[in-house]
Write a protein that binds this ligand. Sequence first.
Ligand code: PLP
Length: 382
Amino acid sequence: MEKIIIPEQMLPSDGRFGSGPSKIRSKQIDVLCAAGRSLMGTSHRQQPVKNLVASIKSGLSQLFELPEGYEIALGNGGATAFWDIACACLINRKAAFGVYGSFSKKFASSAQSAPFLDEPAIYSVEPGSYCLPEPTEEADAYCWAHNETSTGVMTPVKRIEGVDEDALMLIDATSAAGAAEVDIDQTDAYYFSPQKAFGSDGGLWIAVLSPRAIARAKAIESTADLPGARRWVPPFLSLTAAVENSRKNQTLNTPAIATLILMDEQIKQLNANGGLKASAARCAQSAQTVYDWAENCSYAQPFVQDKAARSTVVVTVDIDDSISANAILSVLRDNGIVDISGYRKLGRNQLRVGVFPSVEPDDVKALTNCIDYAVEKIKAAN
Ligand SMILES: *Cc1c(COP(=O)(O)O)cnc(C)c1O
């Protein structure tokens, strides 16, 4: 097939619509180049990089309107590392999980394989909707994802009622944090990676922690190495060490300074532009553009049926079997529009669009026009 060229005036100003890694704004790259000349290649134990970490912490405290006593901690390894940190340091014996896609499942699998934990309670539904963990006897941690990135489903973040008083709520906010509103009071760990709404690079985890979560980790870790203890907390997975380092504006081991610079700039931008509320509204508007388009499209429809569960940051759209989503993706990629494939393991004929705060709402509209154009040309060529 001959290459399909989408007319230049139809194209979005930026073709990056990935669900993570996601678009990084030009201004961030400019700041990286400028700050990079003095900060990169210098010690993270000295004041200039510590100031950068302090700026990230205070910026996030403002963005999330941190309740009294909550703290920001960070470390290396991304949200994936935080799952294992949580297994090692936050789950006393037994956790309950809501599982409704690949990411929510991965944390549950980690807990299942930890020999020192009891078998977790798993509440699951098919991809495309969600279920929260239900009150479970002996469960001391309740875990689910604010936004299930693999399916484009968003969930309420609210303490599960009727559970043990000291049970912790551990929320995977990787693709929601910074792009959706949240009441941090309802969580004990609201954790994420910087390469989604914060438009940075991957590699770090960041967690907003309640005083109870910090105390729980300390209690578990202080007994973990006693004779006869059931668990070993690898030093790299120590949440207490991460908290202690974060309080000093450091990380346990060397962080990627570029990631910190990019993230700091994005937090400043979000705070300057109306904070979380404005960011969430912008993302929701972009998402609505895609849902409206799909609902009125002859060959596409939103994957998530329940409108209340539709994500406002990662939009999934099923494509009719008569047209291959891969063919659409390939035309778009030829024209500089990238990373809107569905989640591989979900295995559907699907497009998935990340509409994080860095993405221009006008570009989202342009994207839908480009998809229509591509489909028209693909049909004509067949
Ligand atoms: C991307 C993502 C992760 C994994 O993040 P890493 O930084 O790759 O560890 C976990 N959970 C959710 C919901 C995600 O979207």
